[in-house]
Design a protein around this ligand. Sequence first.
Ligand SMILES: Cc1ncc(COP(=O)(O)O)c(C=O)c1O
Length: 481
Amino acid sequence: MSIRLSDGTEIPIEMHKIRIVQKTRLAPVRERLRAMEEAGYNTFLLRSRSIFLDMLTDSGTNAMSDNQLAAMMQSDDAYAGSESFYRLEAAVKEIFGYEYVLPCHQGRAAEHLLAKTFVKPGDIVPMNYHFTTTKAHFDMAGGKVLELYTPEALKAESACPFKGNMDLGRLKAAIDKAGPKSVSFVRMEATTNLIGGQPFSLQNLRDVKALIEPLGIFLVVDGSLISENAYFIRQREAGYEKTSIRDIVREIMSIADLCYLSARKSASVRGGMIATNRKDLHEAIRPWLPLYEGFYTYGGMSSKEIEAMAVGIREMTEVEVAGASADAIKYFVGLLLEKGVPVVTPAGGLACHVDAMRFIPHVPQSEYPAGALAAAMFIVSGIRGMERGSVSMDRDKDGNDVPSDMELLRLAVPRRVYTMSHFQYAADRLKWLYEHRELIGGLAFYEEPPVLRFFGGKMNAKGNWGLPLAEAFEKHFGPDC
Ligand SMILES: Cc1ncc(COP(=O)(O)O)c(C=O)c1O
C-alpha cells in the first residue's frame, strides 16, 4: 500500500510487522570486486555471504507470513492421499474457481509438463512475451515461440498502462498462417517478466479468448505474478477501481482455460502448480505427473510447502499483499527518475528495471551491457541484480548470439523483505554509477553452457574495467564502503 504524507508525498507503507530478521553484511568494495571476478562477472555465481542486498529475484525469496509458517506445522506427509493436498485443492477452488489441480515442484516443471503434453514439433506457441524457461521447454519440444506484443511493449520509457497486452492483429495473422491445428495453445504471462514486469488488461485477455475459442485453441495464463497483474488492473483499468483483487483473479481464471504458475512469486512459497476446469486438459497432463514430478497429491513438493501454498494463494489476493512489492517498486523507480537514471516505465510488477542501453550506450550489445551493468552495480553497492538481456538469450542453431529486445538490469523486490532505506541506498549507488558510467566496459564469455547460459556462464571484463571502477568508488567513499 502507499500512503500520502501531510506534505502530499506518497510513500510505500508496510502493512505488516517484522518479527524475524536475517542479518546481512556490507563487504568492502575490494572484497566485492574479488567476489565478482571469481564469479566470472555473473551475479548468479556469487556466494550469498558476499551480498548485502539480494535483488537477484523475487522467486522463493519473499518473506512468508506467520499463517503460512503455522500451516506448515499441520502438514500430512502421506505419500499418497495427503490431507495437505486436499487443503490446497480447496484453496484453488475457492480462489481460482478451478476444480482440478496438479502440484509440481516449481514453475518450470509445469512448463515441462505442458510442453510434453501439448507442444508438437512444428507447432507455434503464441504469447505476449517469452520467459527463459518457458521458451527453452517449448523449443526443446520442437515448438516455435512467437512473441506477439504491441509496439509499446519494447519502449523502455512509456506511459502505456498495459504493456503486457497481446497484439490481436499479429495473433490473428500468426494463426491464419500456421493454421489453428498447429497452435499448441496461446500463453499470456501475467506481468511480462523479461520486459519490465508489465501487466495485461482484462479486456485484452477477453479479446484473445474471443479470437481463439471458436478455432478450438485454448488459453493458458502463466499466473506466477497473478496478484500483481490483478493489482495493476485494479489501479489502471477503467471500471475495476473498486473490484477486489480476489474478484479480479477469479475473473482472469474464468477467461483462461488453464493456469500454471511458479508459486515462488505471488504465493510466497517454494512450489508450483497447474490448475484448470477442463477435464480433458487435466487428464492429458495428469499421467505424466508421477513420472516427472511425484505422485498426484504432492508432485515433487514437500507437504509443508503445499500447506503454505494453500495459505499463500489466499493471502496473495489481499490488497496489502498484492501491492506489497508493486508499491515499493513504484517508489524505487520514482527515486531513480528523480536522479535521472534511465529506468523502464511505468513501474512494473516484480522489479525495478534499469535500461542498460541508455545507461551505458558506449557498450555494444555484443558485449552484454545488461550483464556489465549488473556486475558494476554489485561492485559499487553489494546489491545483486540480474542480467535480463542478451546473456539471457541462448545462441541460435548456428551458434550466433541472439540480441535481446531489451538490455535490462533487473533489481527484484521480494515481497515484504526490504525497506525504504534499502531503496534509497540502492538509488544513491545507481546515481553514483550513472555519473561514472564511462568506467563500465563490456564482457566476453570464457565459459558457456549450451542451454540457459545465463545461469552458469562465466565472463571476463574486457580491459579489466572492474579495477578502475572499484578504485574510483574507493576514492569517493573510502575503503570500508
Ligand atoms: C513468468 C514466469 N514463469 C515461469 C517461471 C519459472 O518458474 P520457476 O523459477 O519456479 O521454475 C518464472 C520464474 O521466474 C516466471 O517469472
